[in-house]
Design a protein around this ligand. Structure first.
Ligand code: ADP
Length: 205
């Protein structure tokens, strides 16, 4: 089990996946917070059944999957419903994360969480790592990767914590303004640092 968790964050298109894959190449286990958040409400899950029991079967698409946009709209207009949903899902997400940490066999593991600071997950990890780059590059790379309009990207960026606030909160920062080839060295240095931190955490626990 990995007891030492590094929370990896950054805005949309900042390079989280690219950076996480470099850690994985070094044998480090990855935990994907967004994936877990989707798994706990996937088709046939207890989470989805409880959402339907509370909000009605209108929350289901014809495919039997969660109607995410309807749920988003409903909780946006009703803060108490948002609270109800968080009270349902957060413990489920925490249990699944804990399970994945138990199964992780590397000396530390990386938890990828786009909304690490926004959702308070930074309090649950030992160390925080931000992938940082300018908004301009963020937009350019996201548009190259996804088929989304500039307006959609602007809305997503506006809904996330500002670059400066994230910079002030993170323990460590990877600068991804340059070419991808510049990432490997930064990851290698942090990997050495995390090995040391994880080792000393193990010996003091
Ligand atoms: P995130 O997971 O944070 O949304 P990604 O790792 O998917 O970001 O990176 C966004 C896009 O930018 C991907 O297509 C990726 O291949 C590309 N990319 C990542 N780093 C660089 C870089 N340094 N230079 C150019 N493109 C990059």
């Amino acid at each position: 089990m990995s007891k030492f968790i590094v929370g990896l964050t950054g805005g949309i298109g900042s390079g989280k996946t690219t950076v996480a894959n470099l850690f994985a190449e070094l044998g480090i286990c990855l935990i994907d917070a967004d994936l877990i958040a989707r798994q706990v409400v996937e088709k046939g899950s207890t989470g989805l059944a409880q959402i339907c029991a509370h909000f009605g079967n209108d929350m289901l698409l014809e495919t039997g999957e969660l109607n995410r946009s309807l749920l988003r709209e409903t909780i946006f207009n009703h803060p108490s419903e948002r609270q109800w949903l968080n009270a349902l899902l957060h413990p489920m997400i925490r249990i699944e994360m804990q399970q994945q940490m138990t199964q992780a066999h590397s000396i530390y593991c990386i938890m990828i969480a786009p909304l690490l600071f926004e959702n308070g997950l930074d309090k649950k990890v030992n160390r925080t790592l931000l992938v940082d780059l300018s908004e301009e590059q963020q937009k350019k790379r996201t548009q190259l990767r996804d088929n989304v309009s500039e307006k959609q990207i602007d809305n997503i960026i506006a809904s996330q914590m500002s670059r400066n606030e994230k910079l002030s909160k993170a323990h460590d920062v990877i600068n991804n303004q340059g070419p991808q080839s510049a990432l490997k060295e930064q990851v290698a240095q942090l990997h050495n640092q995390y090995l040391k931190l994880a080792n000393s955490a193990e010996h003091t626990s």
